[in-house]
Design a protein around this ligand. Structure first.
Ligand SMILES: C[S@@+](CC[C@H](N)C(=O)[O-])C[C@H]1O[C@@H](n2cnc3c(N)ncnc32)[C@H](O)[C@@H]1O
Length: 352
């Protein structure tokens, strides 16, 4: 349990850290032929036509029709999708057509496999769902912080809201970039994250007398006084039980207080690895314009390095429409905004 009482934390006098954020985006693919969409938290929604994003650095666009079947990866592929896939895909991912027709078809199929990857979980009945790993940041906390410091589209949006008030909670604060920014407008900021290494980085690089950084799960924050602002940025796709987490965060908002939840949304639960690599190549051009060559090259290496890519491959995103539905159930009347690779929700608790 985390009781909020944001007095100064250790390292109060250390120098202030950099402004930070993750989140760049590219659009490496377009008009893909995705035939099914999976959703790790439920299996009843249809996928929307959204861009696929990631905790930061790639987007894929799809024109998947709204009627496409959403499949829980733990379940066999739903019948109409299965039929379509049966005619298109064999167990090893080669197309039936390719076997029957000539080398051009085989070549096309090979290119498609290269582009979309080896069979996605929802394309094969036998593949087990991959496990989302919320602790995967632990192994590259310092690098994540540097990466986050170089690009901040969501932070810019947040800054534009000019938030201020009494007490704020940053649920899943990472290395503290948004908690630190909130301290400019709030009397007291409680910032929690599951990752001890990231909290350590936050305490070292972004100490602030009005911010308290705690190692804790956002679902373990129980604060009797409540918060004027509950914020969570690109974190909720990591939780096991999203509806429970949403209800819990809602319980932490004071009457008249606000909650702002921003998370990655994507047309595809997990965009293919190569989409991120292609995205990184595209981003490099822009990064060379806005950063030093050394930083731009570092960023490129980070984005295409195995630590980050492995992490992204364990992420699972909702589509924009799923996001609106799931969040809207817990926060009726909430306002939604599409932000690049993410969707933001804002809601104010009525005064009693
Ligand atoms: C993509 S990072 C975003 C961090 C931060 N909000 C930012 O924008 O820089 C996701 C963060 O969620 C944290 N996380 C995952 N599950 C969590 C949980 N149940 N409670 C608190 N933090 C969690 C991870 O440790 C990681 O720091």
């Amino acid at each position: 349990m985390v009781a909020a009482n944001a007095n100064a934390n250790a390292n109060m006098n250390a120098k202030a850290g950099t402004r930070a954020n993750a989140g760049t985006n590219t659009d490496p693919t377009a008009n893909t032929d995705r035939t099914a969409n999976t959703d790790p938290t439920a299996n009843t929604d249809t996928g929307g036509n959204t861009r696929a994003g990631a905790s930061g650095n790639a987007n894929a666009t799809s024109n998947a029709p709204a009627s496409d079947v959403v499949v829980d990866p733990a379940e066999p592929v739903a019948s109409n999708a299965r039929e379509r896939l049966a005619s298109a895909t064999t167990a090893d991912g080669a197309t039936a057509e390719a076997a029957a027709e000539g080398w051009t078809t085989r070549l096309r199929a090979a290119v498609r496999r290269w582009w979309f990857g080896t069979p996605e979980p929802f394309l094969t009945k036998s593949t087990k769902p991959l496990k989302v790993d919320p602790r995967s940041f632990d192994s590259f906390a310092g690098d994540y912080d540097r990466f986050a410091g170089m690009c901040d589209p969501l932070g810019e949006w947040l800054a534009g809201l000019e938030l201020s008030g009494g007490r704020a909670l940053d649920a899943g604060c990472g290395s503290g970039r948004h908690a630190f920014a909130l301290a400019a407008g709030y009397d007291e900021v409680v910032a929690v994250d599951l990752s001890a290494p990231l909290i350590e980085v936050a305490r070292m690089r972004r100490p602030h007398e009005r911010v308290r950084y705690d190692i804790a799960s956002l679902t373990d924050v129980h604060d009797a006084a409540g918060f004027d602002l509950v914020l969570s940025m690109t974190t909720l796709h990591h939780v096991d039980d999203l509806p429970a987490a949403l209800v819990h965060l809602k319980s932490q908002v004071r009457p008249g207080g606000r909650i702002i939840l921003v998370d990655n949304t994507a047309d595809r639960p997990t965009p293919a690895r190569r989409a991120y690599v292609i995205g990184a190549v595209r981003e490099l051009r822009e990064d060379l314009r806005r950063l030093s060559a050394r930083d731009a090259w570092w960023l490129y290496r980070f984005r295409t390095g195995s630590a980050w890519l492995d992490h992204l491959m364990s992420d699972r995103y909702l589509s924009r429409s799923q996001y609106r539905r799931r969040y809207g159930r817990v926060f009726p009347g909430a306002e939604f905004t599409d932000l690049d690779f993410a969707t933001a929700m804002r809601w104010t608790r009525p005064k009693d």
